[in-house]
Write a protein that binds this ligand. Structure first.
Ligand SMILES: Cc1cc2nc3c(=O)[nH]c(=O)nc-3n(C[C@H](O)[C@H](O)[C@H](O)COP(=O)(O)O)c2cc1C
Length: 472
């Protein structure tokens, strides 16, 4: 344990999804659960206000753009269980929440599959303007075959090829965000009648394997230019991508020892990418069940367990790794499952059952129990200090019930975190990036996006005019 004031505070994020059944399957059936009202704006407006009053750093919205892989031979059980279907667009929802909040970060997941980078970059800039620089993007490549088929693909693109796709996608987006409009390009000078300076607005003329984009970026660059970047892959290639691009990465980890291992891997990859551990925040996905006594916490856990649907959790994970685990007894061993899906997941499940091959029940427990901390506020924060010592900077807090799980955390755990100096009581001023890192609104110079600043001046609007005159 560190001394009282030597520990940094935790970054706090709410791990959400615009759907009824996100991570902890079945919990929507709990009498106090309101997540089935996900399509009503009031649920989110009130939750966002509550989390902002508690000075959470961000609302983090996961997303998918297709069905999980088959369970029990088809997708009927996914529909029956409401397993992330129906699910609605987080970007549109965050646009509404940008108007009802003022400080909390607005993190959305968007896949390289779902939108052309030109369109996505424009949407992200627009939302960053509307929210005064509070947007974060969780960069995902879609592990779901149905998602790829929804956008014209034949099959799931192979694991490492998805990351190659993401590399080009972010490159194109960085060019638009960082290199198209120079600082001070906008004049809006009523006297001279000059709206923007043609010498300071550039096309990007991106020519890649997958995309060809002339530009210019049609949106004005926003406060952060590039949104705050999240990424959650944890395979070796995923960790390398995170080390190169992400400002925050998050893990599903079964215990602090696993965090320490992933942290060491990340530090090695950061060094190779010319970045350091101070350039990235590591979040753990965790849920909490708090009571004023241990017995009270355990009783609440037992109540939640009655509604938890282990089959739904197995369907979720199996659907993510592209293996139909339906119709099998929960005590079936997992065996050596090979997947083109989310490889980091399997590694983490194996780590949760040291010395033996996990079963389907272990798989469900890994998600529902290994990442759940139950106890009194003191017990929970003691445990969180162990996670922090292993390398966690932030918590992406999963919920059993909306909004009750956050009430439980805010009333139970937050005061103890604050008492130990581990949670903020006020927001720092500025954009999300400035709030988190305290070193400016824009990406730092050692980030790959920075190379595109000033890189396209030869393609400026002023130069296009000069070459026309020359030709004419
Ligand atoms: C904690 C966590 C959250 C994730 N959230 C999403 C998500 O919202 N949408 C999505 O398409 N993929 C999501 N993923 C999948 C990852 O983005 C990534 O595609 C997947 O983990 C496969 O990469 P890997 O093999 O490098 O781990 C998530 C993964 C993790 C570990």
């Amino acid at each position: 344990m560190g001394t009282f004031d030597s520990r940094p505070r935790f970054l706090l994020s709410a791990f959400l999804m615009n759907t009824s059944s996100h991570i902890l399957g079945g919990m929507w059936r709990h009498p106090q659960a309101e997540q089935h009202k996900f399509n009503e704006l009031a649920l989110w407006v009130e939750l966002a206000k509550k989390l902002e009053d508690a000075k959470f750093d961000s609302l983090f919205f996961a997303d998918v753009v297709g069905l999980y892989g088959d369970h029990e031979g088809g997708w009927a059980s996914l529909v029956r269980k409401g397993l992330q279907v129906p699910s609605q667009d987080p970007l549109v929802l965050l646009s509404a929440l940008s108007a009802t909040t003022s400080d909390i970060g607005l993190a959305m997941t968007s896949s390289v599959v779902q939108a052309h980078p030109f369109q996505f970059a424009r949407q992200a800039s627009t939302l960053d303007h509307l929210s005064n620089g509070r947007v974060a993007w969780n960069i995902v490549t879609s592990v779901l075959e149905n998602a790829h088929r929804n956008f014209g693909g034949d099959n799931l693109v192979a694991h490492d090829d998805r990351y190659a796709w993401a590399e080009e996608y972010v490159e194109a987006a960085y060019k638009l965000w960082e290199g198209s409009w120079e600082d001070d390009a906008l004049k809006a000078d009523k006297g001279s009648g000059i709206y923007a300076d043609p010498a300071r607005v550039n096309k990007i003329n991106h020519r890649g394997q997958l995309y060809s984009i002339d530009g210019p970026h049609l949106a004005l660059p926003s406060v952060q230019r590039t949104p705050f970047l999240f990424q959650a892959g944890s395979s070796p290639r995923g960790s390398q991508f995170a080390a190169t691009h992400a400002e925050a990465t998050f893990l599903f980890a079964p215990h602090p020892e696993y965090v320490a291992k992933k942290n060491a891997q990340l530090i090695g990859n950061l060094e190779a990418a010319g970045r350091t551990r101070t350039d990235i925040k590591v979040f753990a996905g965790l849920s909490f069940v708090v009571g004023s006594t241990e017995a009270e916490a355990k009783a609440l856990e037992a109540e939640y367990d009655q509604y938890l649907d282990l089959e739904a959790i197995v369907a979720h994970i199996g659907g993510g790794i592209g293996v139909d685990l339906g119709g099998l007894d929960l005590d079936t061993p997992l065996g050596a499952v090979k997947t083109e899906g989310a490889q980091g997941v399997l590694e983490a499940v194996l780590a949760s059952t040291p010395g033996r091959n996990p079963t389907l029940r272990d798989l469900a427990n890994y998600r529902a129990k290994a990442q759940q901390i139950v106890g009194t506020p003191e017990q929970i924060v003691d445990e969180l200090e162990r996670w922090q010592d292993a390398g966690i900077d932030g918590l992406n807090i999963m919920n059993h019930v909306l909004p009750g799980s956050y009430d439980n955390f805010i009333e139970g755990v937050l005061p103890e975190l604050r008492r130990r100096g581990l949670a903020q009581s006020e927001y720092a001023p500025g954009s999300l990036r400035q709030k988190v890192f305290g070193r400016g609104d824009k990406l730092p110079a050692n980030h790959p996006a920075a190379q595109y600043r000033g890189a396209f001046t030869e393609y400026s609007a002023a130069n296009s005019e000069a070459s026309m005159q020359y030709q004419g």
